[in-house]
Ligand binder design. Sequence first.
Ligand SMILES: NC(=O)c1ccc[n+]([C@@H]2O[C@H](COP(=O)([O-])OP(=O)(O)OC[C@H]3O[C@@H](n4cnc5c(N)ncnc54)[C@H](OP(=O)(O)O)[C@@H]3O)[C@@H](O)[C@H]2O)c1
Length: 206
Amino acid sequence: MALTFLVTGASRGIGAALATAIASRGDKVIALTRNELDVRSVESVRAARARVSGAIDVLINNAGMTGGPQRAPGMDLERAAQIVDVNALGCLRVYDAFADLLRQGRGVLVNVSSEAGSLGAFRASSKPEYAMSKAALNALTLWIAARDPEVFPVSLHPGWTRTATGGDDAPQSAAETAEKMLAAIDALGPMHRGGFFDTALHPIAW
Ligand SMILES: NC(=O)c1ccc[n+]([C@@H]2O[C@H](COP(=O)([O-])OP(=O)(O)OC[C@H]3O[C@@H](n4cnc5c(N)ncnc54)[C@H](OP(=O)(O)O)[C@@H]3O)[C@@H](O)[C@H]2O)c1
């Protein structure tokens, strides 16, 4: 039976590739771009929710942004606040608005995280606000796992990918990453609920 996916940040990069891959395999995809759902705005997220009806089986919280190199003093704190707002709070807004539709479907919530958000395998090369934002997103995954038994959240690191965020030197295309992410989502089982994984479903340290 065809599943219904909702993908945020579907204008380009991994989100666009996910939408294409989901549609091409015959599943239904609600692919939302920023002008349809700006994750920084509660009003925009709620307006998007009002336009969607029916159960959602898999919600992919993909919209995200990254920063540039930072060095104190004189860090770009405005940009840093935007990144945390989009990458962490944005996913919270989307979960809050769409949780009822998720609970009507399979309830799988994929928070697109990053190994940069791992505290246990911390890499000093990560951009600080990006690492903070993804660590905060991982906390949301854990919180939902603990508090919302009808939702199946995971944090998924897509792997280094050639996009505006990943840059030109990344080893894989957005299409390759999307296929790997969908294979990982297809393979999720009860033991993965509330975990943090790469696309081979190998656990990543929180
Ligand atoms: N690429 C990598 O190597 C890599 C590695 C680890 C994790 N990730 C994560 O993977 C996800 C997708 O990244 P990507 O590489 O595909 O990046 P990307 O090519 O830069 O695309 C980012 C997407 O997020 C959207 N977006 C940004 N701010 C938004 C907002 N306020 N509301 C709604 N949409 C918004 C963008 O929309 P606009 O077109 O309107 O700007 C765009 O569709 C992100 O969460 C990223 O952190 C990527």
